[in-house]
Structures are given as structure tokens and as C-alpha cells.
Design a protein around this ligand. Structure first.
Ligand code: ADP
Ligand code: ADP
Length: 225
């Protein structure tokens, strides 16, 4: 069954299509990567799914339910951003706890879930650090912990490794793949790096000029010796 289904979904800004009418089904538990140059519509597609943008046409289904007009909070979709978007005055613990506090979880629940999420990203012992006291990679691990902590139905990552150097990027690609295997959640991942897409994805959705131009497994899309 599909976790996310887009039926002829489009987004226009004035006369310009950021996303042309698009139909796409993402399977349960799948790791799908949107790959394409800057301006091809990748972030627009994520924003339409998360509810950051309202669609200009079409319907969006989440696990069979129509969420086209649902507010972002109701969709239960987790986001990880390129710039981490951590709150600088808060510790790692409080950053990760934030989505749980917003949702009214109990103190004991918060402690247990935050501890587990930080452990999953290898940051046990870093609870009391503020973002400035963490390396770039560690800050993004906090961003990932904050995303997984409330068990969202889909995890979307928008160029999460874009600000990191090459070695760390490769290491964290493996960490994110392992995380996906362990938690089994549907992932939608955005990158403009072909190598990264080939390394990580079950399927790659190749985008250009506001449209999907190809969709398939890495082996279907690229010849690899
Ligand atoms: P990508 O994520 O692939 O770089 P985007 O989805 O950000 O591409 O952008 C697709 C197109 O839509 C671009 O031409 C961009 O300028 C335009 N666009 C995106 N968001 C807005 C906005 N809020 N207002 C006007 N144009 C936008
Ligand atoms: P990178 O070069 O990868 O950005 P850093 O040099 O920022 O890494 O950090 C290296 C190590 O030092 C990390 O374990 C980080 O948590 C720790 N660290 C960095 N800044 C501080 C700080 N102000 N206080 C305590 N530990 C810090």
C-alpha cells in the first residue's frame, strides 16, 4: 500500500509552476530520493506534503486519508533541514524534547523518548550541550533526533548533509540508512548529489523544471559496472 499518494498535485506562484501537475505514490517503508538541480521543484514537493505550501490543484493522500487541506501539525510528518534549524538557546535535550512538549507528553515520557532518540543518533552524553558546543555533524544528529522522537509517519529530509564536508557526509549517509533500516519509517530524501542518491535510495525520483522526468531504482536509472 502507498504511504503517500499525490494525484495531479501542482503548485503555482503567479503564472509560474514550481511543480507541474504531478502523480506519485510512495510505498510504505520506502526510501525515496528526489534528485534534481536547484529550482527543479524538490522543496516545493516536500512543502506540499508537509503542508508548508497549499496545493494549487490535485489531492494528497497520507496512508489512504485525504490530507490536501489538513494543517501541518495534523499530518504527523517529520522534517530535517539543511541548516539544522535548532534553537540556539536550548540544549540538545530541550531541542529534541520540543516536539513532545508541544504535543503535551508527560515529563517521564519525554525523558525516556528523548534519551532513546539521542542514543539512536549516537549522542548519549551530549544532552546538556547547546548547538554552538556541537560540531556540524552533531548538530544535524540532534536535528534527526528531534525528527524521529515522536515517531512521525513519514520522515522528510531536505539536503540534510549539504553543509557538511565530504567524509562526514559519507559517514552520515550510512548512519541515515541504518536508521531507516532500524525504524522502518517511510523516508523522502532530497539531494542534488547523484552519488548520494545512488548510495541511499530504494527509488530515485529525478526532477527537472518542476516535473518528475524519471522514476525508478538506482539500477533502473543508472548503469553501474
Ligand atoms: P528545488 O528545491 O529543487 O531547488 P524549489 O522547489 O525550491 O526547487 O523551486 C522550484 C521553483 O519554484 C523555482 O523556480 C523557485 O524559484 C520557485 N519557488 C519556490 N518557492 C517559491 C515561492 N515561495 N515564491 C515564488 N517562487 C517560488
Ligand atoms: P568539527 O570540526 O567537526 O566542526 P568541532 O571542532 O566543532 O568539530 O568539535 C569537535 C569536538 O569538540 C566535538 O566532540 C564537540 O562536541 C566538542 N566541542 C566543540 N565545541 C565545544 C565547546 N564549546 N564545549 C565543549 N565541547 C565542544
Amino acid at each position: 500500500q502507498s504511504m503517500i499518494e499525490l494525484q495531479e498535485v501542482s503548485k503555482q506562484f503567479g503564472a509560474t509552476f514550481a511543480l507541474r501537475p504531478t502523480t506519485l505514490a510512495v510505498k510504505k517503508g520506502e526510501f525515496l530520493t528526489l534528485l534534481g538541480p536547484s529550482g527543479s521543484g524538490k522543496s516545493t514537493l516536500l512543502n506540499l506534503i508537509s503542508g508548508g505550501y497549499s496545493s494549487s490543484s490535485g489531492r494528497i493522500l497520507l496512508n489512504g486519508s485525504d490530507i490536501t487541506d489538513a494543517p501541518p501539525r495534523k499530518r504527523g510528518i517529520g522534517m530535517v533541514f539543511q541548516n539544522y534549524a535548532l534553537m540556539p538557546h536550548m540544549t540538545a535535550f530541550d531541542n529534541v524534547a520540543y516536539p513532545l512538549r508541544v504535543r503535551g507528553y508527560s515529563k517521564d515520557d519525554i525523558k525516556a523518548k528523548v534519551t532513546d532518540a539521542l542514543k539512536r543518533v549516537g549522542l548519549s552524553g551530549f544532552e546538556n550541550r547547546k548547538p554552538k558546543q556541537l560540531s556540524g555533524g552533531q548538530q544535524q544528529r540532534v536535528g534527526i533526533a528531534r525528527c524521529i522522537v515522536y515517531s512521525p509517519s513519514i520522515i522528510m529530509m531536505d539536503e540534510p548533509l549539504g553543509a557538511l564536508d565530504k567524509n562526514l557526509r559519507e559517514q552520515m549517509q550510512d548512519e541515515i540508512k541504518t536508521l531507516h533500516r532500524e525504524i522502518g519509517t517511510t523516508f523522502i530524501y532530497v539531494t542534488h548529489d547523484q552519488e548520494e542518491a545512488l548510495n541511499m535510495s530504494d527509488r530515485i525520483c529525478l526532477m527537472n523544471n518542476g516535473a518528475i522526468v524519471q522514476l525508478g531504482t538506482p539500477d533502473e536509472l543508472y548503469f553501474r559496472p
